[in-house]
Design a protein around this ligand. Structure first.
Ligand code: ZN
Length: 654
């Protein structure tokens, strides 16, 4: 192979691996191997003094641009009309059917909440990119968008093509970026706008954006007759499309789809703010026509907002079970995802400083399904602002606070009222020792009357003691005594969670319970072996090590055992799991797990989770809307596991 041929080969090879990584999420070589190819190409281009137009090294230029050039859109971009509820959506679907005189099919796709961009290709090559702007005139962002790895620089289609899509920052890139950013981004959406509309393309590249393509605006020498065809065409050109595309004929089906996505949207790696429904048949679209602003054949259904701005009225400092002091923002109440929100966490004092929020600032507040509302950052400074001053003494017990890492702590574990009650509440909760009948009020009473401050002391409670309490009738006493007794044999993962170690939630407890089979093992785990576990970072690892270093904690654990607590270890089962040493592929959407979650769970059982089906695959786990992997698995006669069976197997094994 001549050097020129080698250059061509390297260009194609690196582009191929880029696509595998950034578009298909399926790398087939290691990062080191990729780097070796990439830098060989860089050197060879330097040596030969030229590079091919499609060269991956050309994605980022050295030039900082002087300003944004305005650019007129060849095809004006329409906005979408919106429906406000399902009744409206039904009516629109009926109207479309009536207007065309027959029942239409409708496509349903995500409505991305990023930055709209139009990209032009000619002769199979990337030509230019333009922001949406006002729909008629946008800004030239050709160099910026070129740095986005999921934008193909070459495509198989050789005539002119103009596509529309959305530049997005995935949650993963957002978190990564904020880890080291001097000024943290408020949300992934702001991250995108600032990155694409940046005069330095190197900045764009740093944000690691993605591009999701969903529309063909212009295509020469080829006809596309349905949205489905368009979707497939886009995929075949090597664009990323997100993995959701559905067809429906009735309003009821559309409603089910939209409600389902609304429920799981927080688990997606990209922000979507609704769904887009279009008449699938492009040929009847012209018949249906346009208003001044919108195509009549498309409709957006917006989800209720999850992030809004409001005024931060005050900050209160809450004392948690470990003594950690958490600043809680008191907000002017707002409606968020169907609930009234008047409190939100500010995490810790360092976070307050980073986010630059003050009392009387307008702030962004975010609420997701499973997470408590959080103040995301400043929306607007006001003149009445006052700096948030962290306390020096514990708001519950008055003792001097200590700064440990980013947090303030009350170390008066023995006599700090809020700490004690939170500690006991945590211990009796469902995912811990699951002691029924012990409400927060009852625990407060136990502390006041019997000085019960540590969980083990709950096991010293007798029937005699309870008989003297107000409102404690025979039946109630009996139930409490019984549920305390019943809780004495506890599952291993619940035991870990119940310890109340700082930063250890239910999920971490589960992961630890799989990795360490006994308390002894967990207590002896060092930082390095803890960090080696997926999903366990330095902070969590440190919390665990610190916890077991503390003699008081060890004492309290021993007291639990001396009062008859036993742990139900699942040791035997785990090592003989159905999944141990098996090669497993996941396909389709599952109801109970996200893919990353399930991957971790299976890995913890010792499975090898891979992304493509081959004859070496042992099982394929099949969710809804499984695609080509399912076909391949059937062809190779590989065992298929559907969700109900999966849930059973995991329950048996765990
Ligand atoms: Zn205190």
């Amino acid at each position: 192979m001549s050097k020129e041929e080698r250059l061509k080969w390297l260009t194609d090879e690196v582009n191929k691996h880029n696509k595998n990584y950034y578009v298909y999420d399926n790398p087939t070589i290691s990062d080191a191997e990729y780097d070796a190819l990439y830098y060989e190409l860089v050197d060879l281009e330097k040596e030969l003094g030229y590079s091919l137009p499609s060269s991956p090294t050309s994605r980022v230029g050295d030039e900082v641009l002087e300003g944004f050039k305005k650019k007129k859109h060849e095809i004006p971009l329409y906005s979408l009309n919106k429906v406000k509820d399902f009744a409206d959506l039904n009516k629109w679907i009926d109207d479309m059917n009536k207007l065309t005189g027959k029942q239409q099919q409708f496509s349903i796709e995500y409505k991305y909440d990023g930055l709209k961009v139009v990209i032009e290709y000619n002769n199979g090559k990337y030509v230019s990119a333009t922001t949406r702007g006002n729909g008629t005139i946008g800004e030239d962002v050709t160099s910026q968008v070129k740095t986005i790895k999921s934008v193909p620089l070459t495509i198989p289609f050789k005539s002119r093509l103009i596509v529309q899509g959305e530049c997005m920052m995935t949650n993963k890139s957002f978190k990564e970026y904020n880890k080291t950013a001097e000024i943290p981004l408020k949300n992934p959406r702001n991250g995108v706008a600032g990155a694409v509309r940046n005069l330095d393309p190197k900045e764009t590249e740093k944000r690691k954006l993605d591009f999701f393509c969903y529309d063909v605006l212009l295509i020469e020498n080829e006809k596309i007759s349905t949205q489905t065809e368009m979707h497939n065409f886009i995929i075949n050109q090597g664009f990323k499309t997100g993995d959701y595309f559905k067809l429906t004929t009735t309003g009821e089906q559309a409603k089910q789809e939209i409600e389902y996505i609304d429920k799981i949207k927080d688990k997606l790696d990209v922000m979507i703010d609704g769904m887009v429904i279009k008449v699938d048949n492009c040929l009847v679209r012209d018949e249906i026509g346009y208003t001044n602003k919108f195509p009549k054949w498309a409709m957006a259904f917006k989800f209720k907002a999850v992030e809004l701005s409001t005024t931060l009225l005050d900050v209160i400092w809450q004392v948690g079970r470990t003594g950690k002091i958490t600043p809680i923002a008191v907000l002017e109440p707002i409606e968020l995802s169907g609930a009234t929100v008047s409190r939100a966490t500010l995490n810790n004092t360092q976070d307050i400083e980073r986010k630059q929020v003050k009392i009387n600032s307008r702030v962004f507040v975010r609420r997701s399904n499973e997470v408590i509302p959080e103040v995301m950052g400043i929306a607007e400074h006001t003149e009445e602002e006052k700096t948030i001053v962290p306390p020096t003494f514990c708001p519950s017990c008055g003792s001097q606070l200590k700064t440990i890492g980013a947090n303030l702590f009350c170390v008066n574990h023995k006599h700090c009222y809020e700490q004690i009650i939170d500690r006991l509440t945590h211990f009796v909760s469902r995912d811990a020792f699951n002691i029924e009948g012990l409400s927060e009020k009852t625990l407060q009473l136990f502390y006041q009357k019997f000085n019960i401050a540590y969980p083990y002391e709950l096991y010293t409670i007798t029937e005699e003691m309870l008989k003297g309490l107000d409102g404690f009738k025979e039946k109630k006493i009996h139930n409490i005594i019984e549920s305390i007794a019943k809780s004495k044999n506890v599952e291993w993962q619940n035991f870990i969670f119940a310890l109340g170690i700082l930063n250890i939630g239910k999920k971490s407890a589960f992961i630890l319970s799989k990795r360490y089979k006994t308390l002894q093992e967990l207590m002896q785990a060092d930082i390095n072996s803890l960090i080696a576990i997926d999903d366990v970072g330095e902070i969590v690892a440190n919390s665990i090590v610190e916890y077991f270093k503390d003699e008081e904690n060890i004492n309290n654990i021993q007291k639990l055992f001396s009062l008859g607590i036993t742990i139900n270890n699942a040791t035997e089962l785990t090592t003989h799991s159905t999944f141990t040493n098996k090669t497993i592929v996941l396909t389709g959407t599952l109801n109970n797990y996200t893919r990353p979650e399930l991957t971790k769970i299976l890995q913890n059982f010792g499975a090898n989770v891979t992304s493509s089906v081959s004859k070496n695959t042992d099982f394929v786990i099949v969710g809804e809307d499984a695609g080509s992997k399912l076909d391949k698995a059937r062809a190779l006669n590989i065992r298929l596991i559907y969700e109900p069976e999966l849930v059973n197997l995991l329950n048996e094994n765990g």
